[in-house]
Design a protein around this ligand. Structure first.
Ligand code: GDP
Ligand code: MG
Ligand code: K
Length: 299
C-alpha cells in the first residue's frame, strides 16, 4: 500500500429512468462491489454498493427524487436530493446515447447547475450508436454544464467501465475506509452497531466533539466455540485533541463508551459481545461525509 493516503468518497448516480444506472452498478458489483442489504432503509440516502480496493473505497449512494416534483412531498424529496448532490464527492450524470438530449435531462441539468460537486457525464449504451453520434451528443451536453470527465461506456457489455472506475477513484478525496473490505449483504447490523457506538460517543462527549466523528466497524464475527460475537470498531476523529477527549482521562471515557455500546449491541445481536474500540485521527474527512453517513437509524 505504500505511504499514499487512503481515499474514499460518496458517489451519486443520477439520470433519467432506463439510462442504465442499475446495470452499471450491477456490472461494478460483478467485479468487486458488495451490494447493501435493503434492510437499512433510509429516508435520505441509501448505500447501494461499496467498491473497495487496497487504496480506496467508493460508496455509491442512491439519490431518489431527481425529477420534477408533483406535490409537496416531491418537493421535499427534491430538496433532499439536491442537498445530497452538494454533499457527495462526485456526481455521475448518466445519459442514454441512443436517446440523446431530452426534457428529463433539462430538469436534472438545472439542479446540477447549482452545485459545486464535480460531475462526470457518463454516456451509456454506446454499443447502440455510431461513433459519429457521440461527438454530437457531447457537444450538446457540454453547452449546459462543466464536466470533470466525459466517459462513454456500455454498462451492458462492460466496455470502458474499468476506465470509468479508475477515473472515479482518481476523484476521491483522502478519507477513511468506512466499510470493511469484506462487507457483504448479510451484515446490515454493521450500520446499526456503528450508530450505537457513535451515539454513545456523542452523548458522553457532549459538545466537545461536535459530530466530527465516524465509527467504522472493522469486524463482526461470531466465535466458533461459544455464544460470543467479536466486534472491532474504530472511532475516527478529525483532530488529535478530539482523540484525547474521546479516550478520556486514563481511558475512562472510551471505557464508558465501550460499556454502554456493548450493552446495546448485545441486545441487538442477542448474544454476548466482546467489543474492542480504537480511536484514529483522520483529518478533515467529514466535510463531505457527515450527513451521508447518517443512515436513518437515529432521530
Ligand atoms: P435505470 O432505470 O437507469 O436503472 O436503467 P436500467 O439499468 O434498469 O437499464 C434499462 C434498460 O437498458 C435495461 O433493459 C438494460 O438492459 C438496458 N441497458 C443498460 N445499459 C445498457 C447498455 O450499455 N447497452 C444497451 N444496449 N442496453 C443497456
Ligand atoms: Mg434502476
Ligand atoms: K438518513
Amino acid at each position: 500500500m505504500g505511504n499514499t493516503a487512503y481515499k474514499s468518497g460518496f458517489i451519486s448516480i443520477i439520470g433519467r429512468p432506463n439510462v442504465g444506472k442499475s446495470t452499471f452498478l450491477n456490472r461494478v458489483i460483478g467485479q468487486k462491489i458488495a451490494i447493501m442489504s435493503d434492510k437499512p432503509q433510509t429516508t435520505r440516502n441509501k448505500v447501494q454498493g461499496v467498491y473497495t480496493t487496497d487504496t480506496s473505497q467508493m460508496i455509491f449512494i442512491d439519490t431518489p427524487g431527481i425529477h420534477k416534483p408533483k406535490h409537496k412531498l416531491g418537493d421535499f424529496m427534491m430538496k433532499t436530493a439536491t442537498n445530497t448532490l452538494k454533499e457527495v464527492d462526485l456526481v455521475l450524470f448518466m445519459i442514454n446515447a441512443e436517446e440523446g438530449f431530452g426534457r428529463g435531462d433539462e430538469f436534472i441539468i438545472e439542479k446540477l447547475k447549482g452545485i459545486q460537486t464535480p460531475i462526470f457525464l457518463v454516456i451509456n449504451k454506446i454499443d447502440c450508436i455510431h461513433p459519429d453520434k457521440l461527438m454530437e451528443l457531447i457537444d450538446q451536453y457540454k453547452d449546459f454544464l462543466e464536466f470533470a470527465e466525459i466517459v462513454p461506456i456500455s454498462a451492458l457489455e462492460g466496455s470502458n467501465v474499468d476506465r470509468l472506475i479508475h477515473q472515479i477513484e482518481e476523484q476521491m478525496p483522502e478519507g477513511p475506509q468506512y466499510y470493511p473490505a469484506d462487507q457483504v449483504t448479510d451484515h446490515p447490523e454493521r450500520f446499526i452497531v456503528s450508530e450505537l457506538i457513535r451515539e454513545k460517543v456523542l452523548h458522553l462527549t457532549r459538545e466537545e466533539v461536535p459530530h466530527s466523528i465516524a465509527v467504522v466497524i472493522d469486524k463482526i464475527a461470531k466465535r466458533d466455540d461459544k455464544e460470543m460475537v467479536d466486534v472491532m470498531a474504530t472511532i475516527v476523529v478529525e483532530r488529535d485533541s478530539q482523540k484525547g477527549i474521546v479516550i478520556g482521562r486514563g481511558g475512562a471515557l472510551l471505557k464508558e463508551v465501550g460499556k454502554r455500546s456493548r450493552h446495546d449491541i448485545e441486545n441487538l445481536l442477542g448474544s454476548k459481545v466482546f467489543l474492542e474500540l480504537w480511536v484514529k485521527v483522520q483529518k478533515d474527512w467529514r466535510n463531505k461525509a457527515s450527513n451521508l453517513r447518517d443512515f436513518g437509524f437515529k432521530e
